[in-house]
Design a protein around this ligand. Structure first.
Ligand SMILES: [Zn+2]
Length: 77
């Protein structure tokens, strides 16, 4: 997906409003996959995009590939 590599201001505006950049679904209703750290959750939108929710700041951002791996590794244990 070439779109992923662009720093898109429109996508940032959506995410600042806690909306999915792909389908504009509210991230507050995204499915919580689990915690990746004491203050951060990995959530997945219905369109399969994954985000990190920071519980201290109540903000969302796109999950990095490394964070998804981190989560999958932690889940195996
Ligand atoms: Zn979505």
């Amino acid at each position: 997906m070439f779109i992923k590599k662009l720093a898109n201001p429109f996508q940032k505006a959506l995410i600042d409003k806690s909306l999915c950049v792909g389908c504009t679904h509210p991230l507050s209703r995204a499915y919580r996959l689990g915690a990746i750290s004491p203050s951060k959750d990995l959530v997945q939108c219905k369109c399969k995009r994954r985000y990190i929710f920071d519980r201290e700041l109540s903000t969302y951002r796109r999950a990095t590939f490394e964070e998804e791996i981190l989560f999958l590794e932690a889940k195996k244990k």
